[in-house]
Design a protein around this ligand. Structure first.
Ligand code: SAJ
Length: 426
């Protein structure tokens, strides 16, 4: 579908220029809105202005450049009076008295920051993921002395493919009233090719949480199958592939745990609201236990509690630069705590809890190589690279928790190959 530039001259203020806010602000600017992109982080604002920020998102830099050059996108640290405010700030998870809860402090701060600029008739859109009922509470607060409109439009884009999904994916818009729904729809339909579905705010909040919870529970099932298959001498990867031949079965993949700032967090926002969330809580705990399962497995393979470990892949998933909540973080912390010497290699990662090394430095003298993220690089290692690695390691052992390596090539070099969930070589 070809979109036409909007000709309604609305001014939009996007609060939070992170992985959702920046592409959204840029997209709206490209489609003709006057956009003020706001981030409290001065450094981030400067980086964006100078087009000097790191990203692995395909074409994001080009989009931001186009938006800034069009004159429609301005980035700054303070909001301005606008017709529409779109809030895209993080809502992480915090632990309060042993219970995991949504941390609404960034969202509340954003609301306080825009409050002086809000006027009658403005539309406030919350994109941040929140527990059901949050938008209604914010509306109550803001509508005391102003006639405002409010909608919740949860983001649904997949990190690594954000720009394509921003346009292609269907959107859910929950409005506090019909006018709010329609006003928000008008904004999104300028750049969304997918269908737009309208509902109330509480349902939209729940829908977002259900999507990520569906995935978390399904991954937990795959992880439980991996443990069971190891115990019973079955290769879980083969078993899942065959089970998925059934027309109504689609089991996801096991791995070292669930990372990122969405799937490993959002299910807790349901748990905090309902005692009935029994399966959801169990799945979360199971996925959180996987890094420790991996550490135990490393000890079992090595048959000792010390040695040099070479980690490949520390981001929360393949081909992204984000290490937030990555399973590798827990694996590495635990290995170091238990007395292992650990070196990590990841040319995609932006930063990590320990320094990152080159491939050569990482494998030098290693007792075992452990793969924790499914970067394309590890799938496509060539014979020559594996030969070089082979000449540097102390023991030719590789443990692949993502089942991505070309096993035959590694075996050809004399490596003993272990795959998570493969009970045949456990
Ligand atoms: N993972 C597995 N096995 C699988 C699939 C994923 O172990 O079969 C792991 C990954 O390695 C990673 C974690 O799960 O550690 C999450 O990765 P992901 O690619 O499944 O999802 P995210 O967190 O990058 O993005 C999700 C998406 N939600 C859904 O697919 C329902 C995205 O659409 C959301 O917009 C995003 O969360 C978000 O921001 O909420």
């Amino acid at each position: 579908m070809t979109k036409i530039l909007n000709n309604d001259k609305k001014k939009i203020c996007v609060i939070g220029l992170g992985y959702i806010g920046l592409p959204t602000a840029s997209m709206l600017a490209i489609y003709g809105y006057e956009v003020i992109g706001v981030d409290i982080d001065k450094k981030r604002v400067e980086e964006i202005k100078k087009l000097n920020f790191k990203t692995t998102e395909k074409d994001l830099m080009t989009l931001v450049r186009g938006a800034i050059n069009s004159g429609n996108l301005k980035v700054q640290t303070k909001p301005e009076k606008s017709d529409v405010f779109i809030i895209c700030v993080p809502t992480p998870c915090i632990e309060v008295e042993g219970e995991k809860k949504c941390d609404l402090s960034y969202l509340n701060k954003a609301i306080e920051d825009i409050k002086p600029y809000i006027e009658d008739g403005n539309l406030i859109i919350i994109e941040s993921t929140v527990p059901p009922g949050t938008s209604e509470q914010i509306y109550k607060k803001l509508s005391k002395d102003k006639k405002i409109y409010l909608a919740h439009c949860p983001e649904r884009v997949l990190p690594g493919n954000i720009l394509a999904e921003l346009v292609k994916n269907d959107r859910i818009i929950g409005g506090i009233d019909d006018k709010s729904k329609e006003m928000a729809k008008k904004i999104y339909e300028t750049f969304v090719d997918g269908k737009i579905y309208l509902t109330d705010t509480k349902t939209a909040e729940m829908v977002k949480l259900m999507e990520n919870t569906y995935r978390d529970v399904n991954i937990a099932l795959a992880n439980e199958f991996a443990k069971i298959c190891e115990e019973l001498g079955i290769n879980v990867w083969e078993a899942i592939e065959l089970a998925n031949k059934h027309p109504r079965v689609n089991i996801l993949k096991p791995g070292p745990g669930v990372g990122g700032h969405c799937i490993s967090i959002d299910p807790w926002f349901i748990v905090e609201k309902s005692k009935n969330a029994v399966l959801i809580k169990t799945a979360r705990i199971l996925n959180d236990s996987m890094p420790f399962f991996v550490v135990e497995k490393i000890k079992k393979i090595l048959n000792k509690d010390n040695g040099k470990i070479a980690i490949f892949g520390v981001t929360y998933k393949g081909n992204v630069d984000d290490t937030r909540e990555s399973p590798a973080e827990k694996v590495v912390r635990k290995l170091i705590e238990d007395g292992f010497e650990v070196k990590c290699y990841d040319k995609y990662a932006r930063n990590f809890i320990v320094p990152l090394y080159s491939l050569e430095e990482t494998v030098d003298g290693a007792d075992i190589i452990v793969i924790l993220a499914d970067h394309d690089e590890y799938k496509n290692f060539e014979e020559g690279t594996i030969k070089d690695i082979s000449s540097k390691v102390k023991n030719k052992i590789i443990f692949d928790t993502k089942n991505v390596i070309n096993k035959d090539l590694w075996k050809k070099e004399g490596f003993k190959v272990y795959i998570l969930g493969d009970g045949k070589n456990a």
